[in-house]
Structures are given as C-alpha cells and as structure tokens.
Write a protein that binds this ligand. Sequence first.
Ligand code: PA5
Length: 406
Amino acid sequence: MINTLYFTFTDKAIQKKAFDAIVKEQEHIGYYNLPDQDIAPILEYCSTISEAIDTIAVIGIGGSSLGAKAVYEFIRPNKSMKRKLYFFESTDPVNITTLLEKIDLSRTHFLVISKSGSTVETFSVYKYLYALQTDISSFTFITDPGSALENYAHEAGASVLHLPKNVGGRFSVLSTVGLLPLALCGIDIKALLEGAKGLKESFFNDGYMKGILLEKASFYAKHHAQYHINCIFAYSESLKYFCEWYVQLWGESLGKHQRHSAFNVGLTPIGLIGPKDQHSFLQLIMEGTRDKSVTFIKIEDFQDTLTIPNVSLPHMEALDMLNDLPFAKLINMQCDSVIEALHEQNDIPLDTLTLSNISESNIGALIFYYELLTSLVGELIDVNTYDQPGVEAGKVILKKKLSQKM
Ligand code: PA5
C-alpha cells in the first residue's frame, strides 16, 4: 500500500511523543497483538461446521459486525465464496424479515457476537431467531470471557469462543469476531493478518509507514479545530462497507471529552464512494467551508478487463473518446482528475492510499493503517480512544425505558 501525502507536518518532537505513547500503549491495548495471533484454533473450529451449511448469519451490531462486513464485501466480487454471509444488525422489522427470506434456516449457522453480552439489538434479534430455530447447535457465541452470555451459552449447551478482554469492539475485526465469520466463508484470514502484520512492522520497526502515519496523525491532530471533518473518498464500490467501518472507528474513538481539559473535541468521519459522490458531495469539498481533509483510496489493478465498446453514437461523437477504454482505467482517471482539481485549490489537505489490488492482504493492511492512525490521533488530541461513554449512555436509558415498558 502506497500513501502519498499532499501536506507536510514535520514537528519531530510531536511525532516522537505520539510514537512513544503508542509503543507504551501496546502493553495494555490488545488490538496491536492481533496480527501475530495463532489462527489454528479458528480454522479448527471452522472444520467442525458441517459442509451442509451454506450460509453464515452474524447477529451483532457496531464493532461486532462492521469489520467482517467490510472485508467480506471488499473481497466478494473477486472471489467465489464458500458460503454466503448475512448480517442481522438491526431491530428494523422489515430488515429482519427481508434477511430471513434470503436464508434457509436448516442450512444456516448463526454467530451471535457481543463483547458485552448484553446489547439490546443483538439479543432482541437472537430471541426472535432462536424461537424459529430452536436447535442450539445452530448457534455459536462470541463474547468476552466470563460474560453473562458465556454462562447462558454454556448452560444451553452451545459453543462459545472468546475475544480478548483488552480488544475493544470497534478494534476487534482481526480477532475471532471478524476472523471466524470470514474464514467460514472462505476468506483467506492468514493473508488478511499478514497484510496487517506487514503494516504493523513497517510502523513499529522504522519502515515506510512510520514517518507517513506520524506525519498524517500529527497534521490531523494539530489542525483538528480547522479540518475537523475527515473524508475518505474511495474509488471502488467494494469499499462501501469499509467506509462504514471507518465511520464507526473514527467517530466513536475520537469524539470525546478531553482527558485533561474541560472541553469536548471530535473529528467527524465521512465515507464517500467515487465516482458516485463526485456528482454530489464533491461540490461541498471543492467550494464549501475549508474544514475537510480528504483521503482518496484507489485500486491500482481491478483485475478486470471490462471495456467500453467501440461505438459511436449519432450526435454524440464527442463521447467517442470513451471508446475502447477499460472501466478500470476510467475510474482511476476520474479519481486522478478530482485529486488534481482539489489540489489546485491549495488549501484542502489531501492524501491518496493506493492498494495494488483487491486482496485479503491489502484490506488487512488498510484496516491496521486506520486503527493505528486512530490511536495516534486520539493520543495527540488527548482523548481516551478506547471507551465510548456516549454510546453507553444511550444503552442505559433504553434499558430503563424498557424496564418501565415506556
Ligand atoms: O465499539 C464498540 O464498543 C461498540 O460499537 C460495540 O461494538 C457495539 O455497541 C456492540 O457492543 P457488543 O459487542 O458489546 O454487543
């Protein structure tokens, strides 16, 4: 993965402060260790799931579903999957019914994923599905060791897998939470972790990514009051759900009360997909308030030769320049043109992330890149990157309302 920055921030003292803090943080924040884990137990568990199962359904929300969905939807168009993967992430009754219409309960294995083991969305849907599929062996539970959910599952005779206690929900895609559903569908989780590991080593062992990530994080942190909206502009439909994952990671990690001040801060994530959003949101970036940074994500080789035919349309000969052009080339030309136009504005912080192709190792690297960037920026803007008191507050009020049946 190549990252080109069109801005500079070279204060080495600030960069060192951020780096040292992250090195220290590794002692107690678990996601840093995930690229080095032994995946044998996950693969072994996969082999216990019957070949007759053709669908995996995740019941979970937020950090318990978005990561696996991002990887699956990125890889799916380019690989024939072993099983279909669906996500029950919502209490929207229409959504639940629509998903149920797509699956055959007798050939579906459900993964009930909840770190806390107490999330209303997850367990309302689980109760509904368990009433339809009463065979508990059709369910596997993933949760923190010692949670109430673990006790329930053991008593019900179901299998339970853990995620490490010190890995937060939105940082858990490279743990069992993401790896199990992905491996069950035939995604190469070894390559996924290798991509993340390469990125990790490059950052911690003085490689190419160290300078880049430190420069980008310090720039974002230093200018967080001005450029407080951080857009990803991804030129591939396959990155749509990666953008959703990014929105959660960035928003839930960086929108906080500062640790050592009386004030609230926050960086607002926006996920855009090109070329679609060239015809909508781009206007706001180009001419709107100078409060946005933009990171373009490009795929160098789509491994696809689909080409515009050599057809001349009467009265529309001006468009003959499209003839014989591969779509993969067109989409990247569109991206480059928008970068050039924005660059000419001179006051919009831009950078590009180029992935060589659509592969497990590239999405693994991209995920770890964003996790590290989030940790670095969180450190520099003085927030606790890993908690989510705002999300918790809503959960507590809902539970109160529910107990009063309001
Ligand atoms: O990142 C987070 O902590 C949250 O978004 C959680 O993932 C989300 O609230 C779901 O929680 P749980 O996995 O405990 O059901």
